[in-house]
Design a protein around this ligand. Structure first.
Ligand SMILES: [Zn+2]
Length: 140
């Protein structure tokens, strides 16, 4: 396994279930059992109704590209070989928006509203990242 040199997330007691689910290749976020809202990033209370009746729910992994940018400059040296690369905001079917990278797509083909689905990238033995690819690719 090649050494992963990019920045890694800081795991806390609050976000640990998110990262542990990704490691099992499942996308899970917190859901309020009072009002049904799903949100990200993790919080101890529902941001809609302040209930602490919070559960972790497995999501569909489907969403749409809400916005994206293409980086032509490496702000971390470890991203140099990826240039140019995209950073996208994906709005999940369940509502929350995740900052992520789109994979398996030409930069010129990225569109707002493009349907995408989660893919799991194991970057270290501890950390798996959620990335997204166009849904169309799935049926090839
Ligand atoms: Zn709520």
């Amino acid at each position: 396994m090649t050494t992963y040199t990019k920045p890694l997330p800081a795991i806390s007691s609050l976000n640990r279930p998110y990262w542990e689910a990704l490691k099992r290749h499942e996308l899970k976020l917190q859901r309020c059992t009072e009002c049904g809202k799903v949100w990200y990033p993790p919080a101890p209370f529902c941001p809609a109704c302040w209930s602490d009746a919070v559960t972790w729910q497995r999501l569909s992994g489907r969403g749409r590209v809400n916005s994206w940018v293409v980086f032509h400059q490496a702000y971390f040296p470890s991203f140099q070989d990826d240039l140019p690369y995209n950073v996208a905001e994906v709005e999940l079917e369940e509502g929350p928006r995740l900052l992520t990278n789109l994979v398996g797509v030409d930069l010129a083909e990225i569109r707002i509203g493009m349907p995408v689905e989660v893919v799991f990238e194991d970057v270290t033995p501890e950390i798996t990242l959620a990335k997204f690819r166009p849904v169309e690719q799935h049926s090839r």
